[in-house]
Design a binder for this molecule. Structure first.
Ligand code: AMP
Length: 472
């Protein structure tokens, strides 16, 4: 029996322990078991298609995810901050016939129900034949064409990931902990939050996006909920470290800090180690396409003497890691089988390659893997993955924009801001461009500055001179 097949049992075994807590609302393992049993039954009666889970971090969104897994229906977490146009595109691309409304939204093209409505409507209906497409979830990420790109992760991928993390020695003593979950469900770091916590019988303490702007509240949660294990992006710890009182005297229960999703700077780890002497700092690496992360390493003091810290060890990685012209290539069971196939009738066409060219520049030294930037225009900004061409192509969708280029401004390998240069057909103010753009792409992708110019400079190859524009 696979880990996912055993999910309901694991929930049942957790009994009265709290499984998920958010905004002072809690659900125990046993209560979650009952809710997942009911909702997964309703889902099996409603149909076979992928299910859009619309909302943000909430108990309902969490229960919806687990219920989809049990009902063997692909879940597609779509955050409430996603523009409606993008949501409509996602519905179309995935052929979904159901949207679970964990936040209010009006969308005509799909049956949209709350959990309660879904359970009531399908209570006395017959179960439909399971016609699973073998995909556990699809996460949509920024695509260079200007459309969001679906990354389908199969049950095999996810089961392999779970079995791998359960065997890792780094997590040997990680049972019965209080785990802080920072990521939203539409970011694949949440895959670690959910499955690591459940299978290790931990309690998840989740933060909402708007909590991030209320730092005092986050410190309070970390203290009062006795957080032992933080799952987060380096961006998030840098925010926490802004207060000098964030140290092991005041937060003695913190035992682990787990990072993934972007470059973890040596300087950041040095600061952590100064404040939290005994905390284990783990750096993990991997793209959504290879199921959350594929390698990890506990950072020791020797590693802090170098310019970069490693992102993993080759002999304990989830997949085979190779370099091709310095690019990191991943091969193995947790690697997906290709993007949502837009041209084919079969939306989740299996290519059976299990091989992914990451676009990350890698170095292998003494069996350690290092990640040193990108070969393309994909960036990480405040933890979010963004293709700069995604911003450009959406700018070009606006009526009065003739040419557009988006560039990132760096400070020590970290993106500090995104700006865009545009050439106009007809006068438009910066704030008008931003307003129109916000209907097409999420807020975190909107350039901080949009500069209107007469001509975009090109380099010797006739391409936009991104380097020059980025340094301006
Ligand atoms: P995502 O699909 O959002 O998880 O983003 C994956 C990308 O984030 C990778 O291809 C890397 O470019 C970057 N990334 C993830 N983890 C790390 C890490 N530990 N160090 C440096 N870059 C990372």
């Amino acid at each position: 029996m696979t880990n996912l097949d055993n999910l309901l049992n694991v929930l049942k075994q957790g009994k009265n322990k709290i499984l998920y807590k958010i905004d002072n609302q809690t659900i125990t393992y046993k209560e979650a078991y009952k809710e997942v049993l009911t909702l997964s039954n309703s889902l099996s009666k409603q149909g076979n298609s992928p299910v859009i889970l619309y909302g943000h971090k909430s108990i309902d969104e969490f229960i919806s995810i687990l219920s989809c897994v049990v009902a063997k229906r692909t879940y597609i977490p779509v955050d409430k901050y996603t523009p409606k146009k993008r949501i409509e595109e996602i519905i179309k691309k995935t052929n979904s016939t159901l949207l679970i409304k964990n936040e209010n939204i009006k969308i005509k093209s799909i049956e949209s129900l709350t959990i309660k409505e879904l359970n009531e409507k399908y209570k006395y209906k017959k179960k439909k034949k399971i016609n699973t497409n073998n995909i556990a979830y699809t996460i949509f990420t920024s695509g260079s064409t200007g459309d969001s790109k679906g990354v389908p992760i199969s049950y095999d991928n996810l089961n392999h990931f779970i079995s791998w993390i359960l065997k890792l020695k780094e997590f040997n003593n990680c049972n019965n902990l209080n785990v802080l979950s920072e990521a939203s469900f539409s970011f694949d770091l949440s895959v670690m939050d959910i499955y690591f916590s459940i299978y290790k019988k931990n309690t998840i303490i989740a933060l909402k996006n708007n909590n991030i702007s209320n730092l005092k509240n986050i410190y309070k949660i970390i203290k009062n909920d006795n957080i032992n294990f933080l799952i987060m992006t380096p961006t998030f710890i840098k925010i926490l470290l802004t207060d000098n009182n964030f140290n092991d005297n005041n937060y003695p229960n913190i035992k682990y800090m787990f990072f993934c999703g972007e470059l973890l700077e040596v300087e950041t780890v040095r600061k952590i180690k100064e404040r939290f002497n005994k905390v284990k700092v783990i750096n993990a690496y991997g793209p959504t396409e290879a199921t959350c992360f594929v390698s990890l390493i506990e950072i020791n003091s020797k590693m802090l003497k170098e310019e970069y810290i490693p992102v993993g060890k080759l002999n304990t990685s989830a997949v085979k890691i190779e370099l091709d012209n310095n690019e990191i290539i991943l091969k193995g069971k947790s690697v997906f089988n290709g993007y949502l196939d837009l041209k084919s009738d079969n939306y989740y066409k299996e290519k059976k390659t299990n091989c992914y060219k990451t676009g990350d520049i890698g170095i292998i030294e003494n069996n350690y893997l290092y990640c040193k930037g990108r070969i393309d225009n994909q960036i990480k900004y405040q933890g979010y993955r963004i293709e700069l061409e995604d911003i450009e192509n959406n700018l070009l969708k606006l009526k009065n924009i003739k040419e557009a280029v988006a560039v990132a401004k760096y400070n020590n390998n970290i993106v500090k801001l995104i700006k865009a240069y545009v050439v106009l057909n007809k006068e438009m103010k910066e704030h008008e461009i931003k307003k129109e753009l916000s209907k097409l792409i999420p807020n975190y992708m909107i350039p901080k500055k949009i500069i209107i110019i007469d001509k975009i400079p090109v380099n010797n190859n006739g391409k936009y001179d991104r380097k020059k524009l980025s340094s301006l």
